[in-house]
Design a protein around this ligand. Sequence first.
Ligand code: SF4
Ligand code: SF4
Length: 401
Amino acid sequence: MSERDLLTSCVHCGFCLEVCPTYQLSGDENNSPRGRLRLWREESEGRLAADPWTVEYTKDCVGCLACEPACPANVPYGEILEQTRHQQVSTGRVRPAAALRLAAWLAARPGLFGLAMIPMRLLRRWNAIPHRQMFAGRPSITLTTAQYAQRLMAEHQPTGPRVALLTGCLMEAVFREINFATVRVLIENNVQVVIPGDQGCCGAMQEHLGLDGVDALREQNRSVFRAASVDAVVANSSGCGLATGKALSGDLPVKDVLSFLGEIGLTGRAQRERRARVYVDLPCHLVHGQRSPGIPAAVLDATGYAWSLAPQAKDCCGSGGVYHLQRPENSREILEKKSAFLNTAAGDPVILATSNHVCMMQWASAGRSGLVTRPYDVKHVIQLLDPGEQFRVSRGPGRAT
Ligand code: SF4
Ligand code: SF4
């Protein structure tokens, strides 16, 4: 579709307004999907001069994509937003902060990023990072997920479907323990896991920032995963899964790892902590971006915990890739509304579980910034299924996808 076709596809019905977190916060039409589309169209057709306010309203968008499934005209808002952000950066109207540009540059070089983040992994192991978004975890310092998977594959020799795991840039460099848990859960369920060593960043960060290089990153992953001879690519971060789905569209299925486990019928786990109560939040890029119905109930049941969906589970938490760094006040206000239930939620201890590391960071910040005043843990759902270091491969599931 041409840029003009994209921008004229909105029929101004307003059905998207009530799902938009920034419209909900501000009540400002220009801060809604319909309003932003209107501003971008007016500019592109020359009726509105290039205006700093248009840039501000563009920056205010979280990129949650809640407006897409709400739209009866199927306006591809995410695609339009991606093009607009890129255009505003490439024409010099927007200049992302130097620290974010450096982070994006590093993320596109996973080897270097992994080395640069060694101190961060060490500090996480020691639970010594004071940053409000840092959730607890014990990542391996030197062993990579690829090395770990190779070792477990040789040890357990699963015989089921063969998948490639997208390890991600930030996930592998900082939150590696979630990748390790993913490998264990897959192999325990008789899934063959390969991790192509030359896979790169999915490009989501560059896309959020409007930077060049997204196509090259997608192309690299497309050729790497196509060469891996797998049934599917699985992702344990919904944002990275969405971006990789764009790269591999028409070539290979890209599946959220929890949806994939639901499809193959995973092994149930024993209940470990009878008193713990799990509240499940659904990442926007899973339910709106990937149009998934959510995390399968059978998968959540298999954790062995008493669980329920968090109130407003499908609403945005305000993390939005790098949005929480670029628009911290908006991000906090969105989170405040969403996280309030935790203060009085039943259960002790309480776990907030989701399936995107950036959402996990956002949820961790609710406690550290005082929005939630009772103790709670933040976990990836895959960690609740994790059998730990000692496990045996189940030969139950494992039919080919
Ligand atoms: S992506 Fe989210 S924040 Fe942006 S316009 Fe759509 S609903 Fe609103
Ligand atoms: S729901 Fe779709 S068509 Fe209606 S105003 Fe929003 S973007 Fe436009």
